[in-house]
Write a protein that binds this ligand. Structure first.
Ligand code: NAD
Ligand code: TYD
Length: 369
């Protein structure tokens, strides 16, 4: 397998972890195609941004002509597709960008990549034979589990509940259909909830850490008894690279952390860690946990997700290295140490800078900073 990777959505939470590992850990060449929505932050790739192996292209995956040009110039061996709108609450408030990026964008990327692959069979059959398209998806496509012992397996029927998960399910169906119809060399992964450094502070874990430090309420939806299976982001990144390089074409792999925790417990554990790691509380706050506030439930809220990850463990030898305890401690410490990153990604000034710096950039302007 060659080592030229085209990653979509690489300025996001999981994509940036994958790229840091590919460039600095594995010394691979990577081109990152990212639209830089509010969730995409080049700042998360600072550590490798000036490495000659890394190229950034500011582009929308729905823009077929630009994406085609990236394929032509870069000649990838592997495509890892992470670009997506990813926040359930935003999908409830406004589903349109989810349909556009997650469904139309995936379709556009599939067609551009397939044309590239077809042409490759003429010019370089060896490279074409090793080419892989890895579609990164979520366990939310399965809907929720009712029984306390039930687990999602790779053949669990799809039953998405939110506009986000329905759009991801649609994209999975497209990828699978392309595999069956066109012999398209794809692998799909469905992963549980990730947490860790560089997570945009709209999701549960970073939101709670930052709200607590600011002395703001910690909004728990409904009764907080919903269960998620939490995986440290760097464990996910390692699993993704393993599947892309060693997974069997046409197969799906579920990825999970064996860490089923209720939302309320997650928030309580964050509060306990903050008591230990940041005892200097905001004025008027006696204990961080006093900030926990129960608010209206999310519409269509899935009750429980839990992954059976035995296939990837058995067939590819991947196991997570962090427990929820060790991973959450690292995460809380990271947010305490990286107030600058948080300040930048959430500030209006940052958005203006992205607009100015990347606004006009096309493929020709691909650069390394
Ligand atoms: P994220 O929201 O942090 O990042 C998404 C990235 O995609 C951003 O950099 C954004 O700028 C980019 N992007 C969005 N629309 C684009 C477009 N039209 N063209 C090009 N780039 C675009 O998301 P994440 O949490 O890193 O998730 C990455 C992938 O993993 C998604 O496909 C998501 O469905 C999946 N996933 C996420 C989790 C999780 O817990 N976060 C779990 C399982 C699977
Ligand atoms: P989230 O981080 O948005 O991930 P997802 O919806 O993809 O699982 O939410 C994780 C869980 O936390 C989910 O059950 C909703 C809940 N939640 C809250 O209770 N309060 C919040 O403020 C947020 C953002 C989420």
């Amino acid at each position: 397998m060659g080592s030229r990777w085209l990653v979509t959505g690489g300025a996001g939470f999981i994509g940036s972890s994958v790229i840091r590992e590919l460039v600095s850990g594995m010394r691979c060449d990577v081109v990152n195609v990212d639209k830089l929505t509010y969730a995409g932050n080049p700042d998360s790739l600072k550590a490798i941004a000036s490495d000659s192996r890394y190229t950034f292209v500011h582009a929308d995956i729905c823009d077929a002509a630009t994406v085609q040009e990236v394929f032509r110039r870069f000649g990838p061996d592997v495509v890892m597709h992470l670009a997506a709108e990813s926040h359930v609450d935003r999908s409830i408030a406004g589903p349109a960008p989810f349909i556009e990026t997650n469904i139309v964008g995936t379709y556009t990327l599939l067609e551009v990549a397939r044309a590239y692959w077809k042409a490759l069979w003429e010019s370089d059959p060896r490279k074409a034979g090793g080419f892989r398209f890895h579609h990164v998806s979520t366990d939310e496509v399965y809907g929720d589990l009712q029984g306390a012992e039930d687990l999602f397996i790779e053949t669990t029927p799809y039953a998405p509940s939110s506009p986000y998960s329905a759009s991801k399910a649609s994209s999975d169906h497209l990828v699978r259909a392309w595999q069956r119809t066109y012999g398209w060399p794809t692998v799909i992964t469905n992963c549980s909830n990730n947490y860790g450094p560089y997570h945009f502070p709209e999701k549960l874990v970073p939101l709670m850490i930052l709200n607590a430090r600011a002395g703001k309420p910690l909004p728990v939806y409904g009764n907080g008894h919903q269960v998620r299976d939490w995986l440290y982001v760097e464990d996910h990144a390692r699993a993704l690279i393993k599947v892309a390089t060693e997974g069997e074409v046409g197969e799906t792999y579920n990825i999970g952390g064996h860490n089923e925790v209720t939302n309320l417990e997650v928030v309580e554990r964050i509060c306990e860690l903050l008591e230990e790691l940041a005892p200097d509380k905001p004025e008027g706050v006696k204990q961080y946990r006093d900030l926990i506030t129960f608010v209206a439930d999310r519409p269509g809220h899935d009750l429980r997700y839990a992954i059976d990850a035995s296939k990837i463990e058995r067939e590819l030898g991947w196991v997570p290295s962090e427990t929820f305890e060790t991973g959450l401690r690292k995460t809380v410490q990271w947010y305490l140490d990286n107030g600058d990153w948080v300040g930048r990604v959430t500030s209006g000034a940052y958005r203006e800078w992205v607009e100015k710096h990347y606004g006009e950039q096309a493929v020709d302007g691909a650069h390394h900073d």
